[in-house]
Design a protein around this ligand. Structure first.
Ligand SMILES: Nc1ncnc2c1ncn2[C@@H]1O[C@H](COP(=O)(O)OP(=O)(O)O)[C@@H](O)[C@H]1O
Ligand SMILES: [Mg+2]
Length: 178
C-alpha cells in the first residue's frame, strides 16, 4: 500500500441539475518520500483534492488513506489531531493571522507540534530574516507567501501540502523555494 492512497474520490456540490462535481472519481497514489505535482486547468479540482487530503474538507464518496490511516473515516477530533501533527499546508491565499508578525505566525504553528523546527531559522531560509517583525499587511504578496511556506515547513510535518506555493513568486525565488 502506498503512503497516500486517493481512491475514487467524488466531491459534489449542490444537487440535481445544479450539481457540480469538483472531483469525479479521482484516484492517485504517492509513495513515502515522493514529491508529487498535481497539474490542471483553473477549476479542475486541485484545491478541492488538497483540502480533502489535508483533512480540511470531506469527500462525498471514495477513500483517502495516509500512512495506513483512513482520513475519510475519522471523527472531527481525530482530524484536528491529524491536521495539527501530520499536515503542513501552504494555502493558495496564504491565510496568515493579520495581527501577528511574520515570526509570530510561524511560531504559532511550530509551538503546537512536537518535532518543529526553529521559526526564526526557517524564515531566514526563505529569505525573510530581515522581515521577522513585520505584519502581513506590511509584506508584499510574495513575502506573505514565503511566510506561509515557512509556517508549514517549520511544523516539520509528515505531509507537506502546497496549493500553488510559488504563484506569487518570481522565477528565481520560486525555484529557490522549491
Ligand atoms: N463551495 C463550493 N460550492 C460550489 N462549487 C464549488 C465550491 N468549491 C469549489 N467549487 C467548484 O469546484 C470546482 C473545482 O474547484 P477548485 O478545487 O477550487 O479548482 P482548482 O483549485 O483546480 O482551480 C470548480 O468548478 C469550482 O467552481
Ligand atoms: Mg486552486
Amino acid at each position: 500500500m502506498a503512503y497516500i492512497e486517493f481512491d475514487n474520490v467524488v466531491k459534489s456540490y449542490g444537487s440535481g441539475d445544479a450539481e457540480v462535481r469538483a472531483l469525479d472519481g479521482a484516484s492517485f497514489s504517492v509513495e513515502r518520500g515522493e514529491l508529487a505535482v498535481v497539474l490542471g486547468a483553473s477549476g479542475a479540482g486541485k484545491t478541492t483534492a488538497l483540502n480533502i487530503l489535508g483533512g480540511m474538507d470531506t469527500a462525498t464518496s471514495g477513500r483517502v488513506t495516509v500512512d495506513g490511516r483512513d482520513v475519510t473515516a475519522e471523527s472531527e477530533s481525530e482530524l484536528v489531531e491529524y491536521r495539527r501533527a501530520d499536515v503542513g499546508f501552504v494555502f493558495q491565499f496564504y491565510n496568515l493571522v493579520p495581527n501577528l508578525t511574520a515570526l509570530e505566525n510561524v511560531e504559532l504553528a511550530a509551538q503546537i507540534c512536537p518535532d518543529s523546527l526553529d521559526a526564526r531559522e526557517t524564515l531566514e531560509k526563505v529569505g525573510l530574516g530581515a522581515r521577522l517583525s513585520n505584519f502581513p499587511a506590511q509584506l508584499s504578496g510574495g513575502e506573505q507567501q514565503r511566510v506561509s511556506i515557512a509556517r508549514a515547513v517549520a511544523k516539520n510535518p509528515k505531509l507537506l501540502l502546497c496549493d500553488e506555493p510559488t504563484g506569487a513568486l518570481d522565477y528565481a525565488t520560486g525555484k529557490q523555494i522549491l
